[in-house]
Design a binder for this molecule. Structure first.
Ligand code: FCB
Length: 463
């Protein structure tokens, strides 16, 4: 053999990096954020319904009683997805629509809503990815202790069995939980999300029970024939603000708390050793049986990525004692999140290498910027969102070139929607929603994403 690259290698080096064939181009939403009509047709209240109806909980004073009115406009919304050329759509099911008390009695109208939505998506050539839990626990279950109650694993598995049993003949991709970290940190530790608790003991128990419920639901979904079941986590690469030992240690704790808290138990069957130390006496004993349940193999990991974290030692920040340091020179979104596209490549490579090259979907990625409340006659020009998408998609493509088994990308979000405790004040949509008239207008970013999809990423250029 002569030296130098083979003709094939030389050719592949010249080739533009590509998204693999079959790569899913999606957009994502969640039930409480878009549906509206939370109590319609026999649905029960969720903790978010209760929370948003509690004065002072939502900074804008809004509720999601209407939100995007997707519960009534869903067919037109699927048509918009078809026009964008989406090949996939990630949405969540409202547990209390299908089981008004969380367990027991089924609400046929609730299940029927999702059944019709799935059929319409498939008819439009759009692959559904269903999240079973995107934060809207039935209020009746919160009354029984919610995620603090170990029984929640059985409640969640029964719910998964019901839904997969009904839709699993047509839906291939299932995610159990969306961002358990946020459920724990915002819902049980800092109280800024439903159910609004501020208790380390509750938070630590919720973390363990979320994982037990996840494992039980994976098994239940598989028993009902689901072929691809995964977990969606929010990840942020963590950087120390300085080389001082205290800051470097803080970055390590932040990484354990944010990025390894849920993935280590699922893949390795144990929690990061930092966690019990962080929680102190609030950390519960976890049995070997529970750890085995949690370690039930998954078919994919969903990664939600928005920003990175630069942290320094801060004893007041619980539980990881890692306080965020704002990067003054960087561009920030309306969420005050630093725009840091390289972090997506980094975190995808990190997941792939640490956890044995699982299949991955980017299940959320996007940016809030202040678009006007009414769409102007010339359309909604959102160049910063266009740039955000382009840069993150290039980062995803670099991760693929580095060996990550990335199978799809879901932009957050299809529609401007109800951004939890911030109400409708933060717009993430590819499609603008006028919350006075509920009129939809595809933004420039939506048009850009349509071109990305139509060219399978070629419009992104190099590198
Ligand atoms: C994620 C949530 C999603 C949305 C985005 C902005 O943490 O999963 O519902 O709120 O942030």
């Amino acid at each position: 053999m002569s030296g130098g690259p083979t003709p094939e290698a030389a050719e592949s080096a010249k080739e533009p990096r590509r998204f693999p064939a079959g790569f899913l181009w999606g957009a994502a939403t969640s039930a409480y954020q878009i549906e509206g009509s939370p109590l319609a047709d026999g649905a029960g209240p969720s903790i978010w319904h209760r929370f948003s109806h509690t004065p002072g909980r939502i900074v804008t004073g809004e509720t999601a009683d209407v939100a995007c009115d997707h519960y009534r406009r869903w067919a037109a919304d699927v048509e918009l997805m078809r026009q964008l050329g989406l090949s996939a759509y990630r949405f969540s099911i409202s547990w209390s629509r299908v089981l008004p008390e969380g367990t027991g009695r089924v609400n046929p109208a609730g299940l029927g809503f999702y059944d019709a939505l799935v059929d319409r998506l498939l008819a439009a050539g759009i692959t559904p990815l269903i999240t079973l839990y995107h934060w809207d626990l039935p209020a009746a279950l919160d009354d029984r202790g919610g995620w603090r109650n170990p029984d929640v694993a059985h409640w969640f598995a029964d719910y998964a069995r019901l839904v997969v049993g009904r839709l699993g003949d047509r839906v291939r991709l299932w995610a159990t939980l969306n961002e358990p970290w946020v459920v724990v940190d915002a819902g049980y530790l800092h109280g800024v999300h439903a159910p609004g608790q501020r208790c380390p003991f509750a938070a630590a128990r919720a973390a363990v029970n979320l994982l037990r419920a996840h494992g039980a639901a994976v098994q239940a979904a598989r028993a009902e024939g689901a072929s691809q079941v995964g977990l969606v986590v929010n990840l942020e690469p963590k950087y120390a603000a300085s080389q001082a030992d205290a800051d470097v240690a803080a970055a390590g704790r932040a990484e354990a708390y944010w990025n390894r808290q849920f993935l280590d138990p699922v893949f390795f069957g144990h929690f990061p050793e930092e966690l019990p130390a962080m929680y102190g006496e609030a950390w519960p004993a976890v049995s070997a049986q529970d750890l085995a349940l949690i370690r039930t193999p998954v078919d994919f990991i969903g990664v939600n990525y928005y920003t990175r974290g630069v942290v320094r030692h801060d004893p007041t920040a619980i539980p990881d004692q890692a306080g965020r340091v704002r990067q003054e020179q960087a561009l920030h979104t309306a969420m005050e999140w630093e725009v840091f596209p390289a972090g997506l490549e980094e975190i995808l490579v990190w997941v792939s290498r640490r956890y044995g090259r699982p299949a991955i979907y980017v299940t959320e990625n996007g940016a809030a910027f202040p678009d006007p409340p009414q769409a102007p006659p010339g359309g909604v020009q959102d160049p910063r969102r266009v740039a955000y998408l382009a840069e993150h998609l290039r980062a995803a493509r670099r991760a693929i070139a580095r060996g990550v088994d990335l199978r799809g990308y879901f932009a957050w979000s299809l529609l401007d929607n109800f951004e939890w405790s911030l109400g409708t004040s933060r717009r993430f949509g590819l499609i603008h929603v006028d919350f006075a008239t509920l009129e939809r207008t595809v933004k420039a970013s939506g048009e850009f994403y349509r071109q990305v999809i139509a060219t399978h990423g070629a419009v992104l250029g190099e590198p």
